[in-house]
Design a protein around this ligand. Structure first.
Ligand code: IMP
Length: 178
């Protein structure tokens, strides 16, 4: 195992992720058939998932980026969500799908949904790659979900710990920090 993978135990392989993302893309394409969609990629953790998912959706699509930060260098949510980048265009009257890397306590997504709903989209749904139900503090309806996981801290495929490991091509459990 190379240095950049030290302290990480594999959880989902590249092909498991790719198959799941393809299935999500298919379901989303069918659900919104005949409509135009705005995907909101929640930065930074969703950038790889959103890029792969977008290429699996067979619909006219717009992509927006929304930057939020809730963890800093910790491994548990502070509950304080800071907007680091706002959308570039209005979403009023549009079908909007939030693309999130992971729902942990649910605090980030419930804040985000509230913020975006106030902007008057025609519909607002959530697609999350991962869900850790054990730590849920705020109920969030996830319309499209990749995988449910145990209460572990995961990295890779866009997910970080203190800004590291986002470039791992698979998802792994962080078992030791340097
Ligand atoms: P929540 O507000 O607790 O639901 O946390 C949501 C955000 O925390 C996610 O968008 C991630 O950026 C981050 N997060 C939660 N769990 C993990 C994890 O296991 N690994 C990496 N980031 C995580």
């Amino acid at each position: 195992m190379s240095d950049f993978e030290a302290g990480i135990s594999p959880l989902f392989t590249e092909s498991e992720i790719s198959n799941r993302v393809e299935a999500l893309g298919r379901v989303i394409s069918e659900a919104y058939a005949g409509q135009e969609l705005v995907l909101i990629c929640v930065l930074k953790g969703s950038f790889i998932f959103a890029a792969d998912l977008a290429r699996r959706i067979r619909l006219p699509l717009r992509i927006e980026f929304f930057g939020v930060q809730s963890y800093g260098a910790q491994t548990s949510s502070s509950g304080v969500v800071q907007i680091t980048l706002d959308l570039a265009h209005p979403i009023e009257g549009r079908h909007v799908l939030i693309v999130e890397d992971i729902v942990d306590t649910g605090l980030t997504l419930s804040y985000l949904s509230e913020q975006l709903r106030a902007r008057g989209p025609k519909s607002l749904k959530i697609c999350a790659l991962l869900h850790k139900p054990a730590r849920m503090q705020r109920a969030v309806d996830i319309d499209y979900l990749g995988f449910t996981i145990d209460d572990v801290f995961v990295v890779g495929y866009g997910l970080d710990h203190a800004e590291r490991h986002r470039n791992l091509p698979y998802i792994g459990v962080l078992t030791a920090t340097p």
